[in-house]
Design a protein around this ligand. Structure first.
Ligand SMILES: [Zn+2]
Ligand SMILES: [Zn+2]
Length: 214
């Protein structure tokens, strides 16, 4: 069985990588981090006739959640986020004010994401891995199947890691999350990062200056 269709594109002024995954045989889809430009995300969904059943958030920083309201209102997809980031999610207007602009109050979460949970769409599934550190509720999503792939949010970047100086950040926690959860994945796992270029787990294990273990 080949994998799902995957479309990744940067959205918003902070270039958050938004990803749509879909089972093309059923049209069932999920959206990871509808962080901004909801019209563009909806255009991708509509043009491909994909129906999102869930909006999955790697964490609740504004650049990952600002488009969620409009995408939810247009599609009815469930808004999913780890409960440890709920307070940050609800503070979207304050996060926006901090950067000098305005944002509407976010819609209520539909269901919390829990560690180890499987999110199914058509014949495919993603597994949620709670990886606290960048924020308390940071979660990565592992695509299950023959071709290993990880959506790492702002936890792991190519040759870098997420900052931990913002609200709820914890340096020890992010290092533990990466070393114990992410580096335990198959070495050839392709990683789609929350910002910037992708990488693989094996490359970061060897070469990441913050967490590489050689
Ligand atoms: Zn972030
Ligand atoms: Zn971000």
């Amino acid at each position: 069985m080949s994998g799902p269709a995957i479309e990744t594109f940067p959205v918003g002024p902070l270039h958050c990588n938004c990803t749509v995954l879909a089972d093309e045989s059923t049209g069932e889809a999920v959206v990871i981090d509808p962080g901004d430009e909801p019209e563009r995300i909806l255009r991708v969904l509509t043009s491909m006739k994909w129906k999102p059943i869930a909006l999955l958030h790697t964490h609740a920083h504004l650049d990952h959640i600002t488009g969620s309201r409009v995408v939810k209102e247009a599609t009815g997809a469930a808004i999913r986020l780890h409960d440890a980031d709920r307070q940050l999610y609800e503070a979207l207007p304050e996060q926006a004010a901090f950067f000098g602009f305005r944002a509407q109050t976010p819609l209520p979460l539909d269901a919390p994401l829990s560690d180890g949970e499987t999110i199914r769409f058509g014949r495919f599934s993603l597994k949620a891995l709670h990886t606290p550190g960048h924020t308390p509720g940071s979660t990565c999503f592992e695509l299950e199947g023959d071709v290993p792939r990880l959506f790492s949010g702002d936890t792991l970047f190519r040759r870098s890691i997420g900052r931990t100086d913002l609200w709820g950040g914890d340096t020890e926690a992010i290092l533990t999350s990466i070393r114990e959860r992410l580096f335990a994945l198959p070495q050839d796992t392709a990683v789609v990062c929350g910002h910037g270029p992708g990488t693989t787990i094996g490359e970061e294990r060897r070469l990441n200056p913050f967490v590489g273990i050689g």
